[in-house]
Design a protein around this ligand. Structure first.
Ligand code: SAH
Length: 220
């Protein structure tokens, strides 16, 4: 009998995605891998692109924006390594997928998006999946979201010209800030850690993100 639900085994596609695209490239963070196996990425992409949801690439989500490549989501989540009892800020909600992955790793996620329609759609999908520990806000995330600071981790999923100063200020002691910094065509993933009033920085993978647009980001 022809059954619609039997056409694609998304769980199997996810397991394969994690094995081939993520573990094979050296991501070993067990909680990040488990979250990537669990979160239904296809729920966060436009309906006509669902079949491509587990492919090794970013996909368009409307408003000229993209859901990041699975490997990038895993690598950034592993770099952030949020404490299970912690609160995390994500700048650039987009589809809500990265927020959903983070929501499985920590107590609370605040995510901020400048496009109202993307924020509304992300809120809807996150609610459908029963992820009640994610709060989606609309606004300029280069200013952070001071109402819920401090954050044990801050993850920026758009390319910044420099680390936005308000994000450093809203980071808890011992917290980590993960942000792609560079020009329009490519960036480097920067991981900053806060030790009191001191910050140490590490440079990780080269990457390509849509621009972070805002007061402490690029101009429109
Ligand atoms: N994390 C997303 C992918 C984000 S793409 C996901 O999992 O799908 C980057 C997003 O950052 C875009 O949706 C873009 O609109 C948003 N963005 C860019 N500048 C921003 C800013 N200053 N504040 C909040 N969101 C911003």
């Amino acid at each position: 009998m022809w059954r619609r639900g039997a056409l694609v085994d998304f769980e199997a596609l996810r397991a394969e995605m994690v094995a081939r695209q993520i573990e094979a490239r050296g991501v070993t963070h067990a909680r990040a891998l488990a979250a990537m196996r669990a979160v239904p990425r296809h729920a966060f992409v436009p309906e006509d692109l669902r079949a491509a949801a587990y492919e090794d690439r970013p996909l368009p989500i409307g408003e000229g924006q993209t859901i990041s490549q699975p490997y990038m989501v895993a690598a950034m989540t592993a770099a952030l390594d949020p404490p299970a009892a912690g609160r995390v800020l994500e700048v650039g909600t987009g589809s809500g997928y990265q927020a959903a992955v983070l929501a499985r790793l920590c107590r609370e996620v605040v995510t901020i998006e400048r496009h109202v329609r993307l924020a509304a759609r992300a809120r809807e999908v996150l609610a459908q999946l029963g992820l009640t520990n994610v709060r989606v806000e609309v606004g300029d995330g280069t200013l952070g979201f001071p109402q819920a600071q401090p954050y044990d981790g801050i993850l920026v999923t758009a390319g910044a010209p420099a680390v936005p100063a308000p994000l450093r200020a809203q980071l808890a002691d011992g917290g980590r800030l993960v942000v792609p910094v560079g020009g329009a065509s490519y960036q480097e993933l920067i991981v900053e850690s806060r030790h009191g009033d001191r910050f140490t920085a590490e440079i990780r993978d080269a990457c390509v993100f849509v621009p972070l647009v805002g007061r402490y980001g690029h101009t429109e």
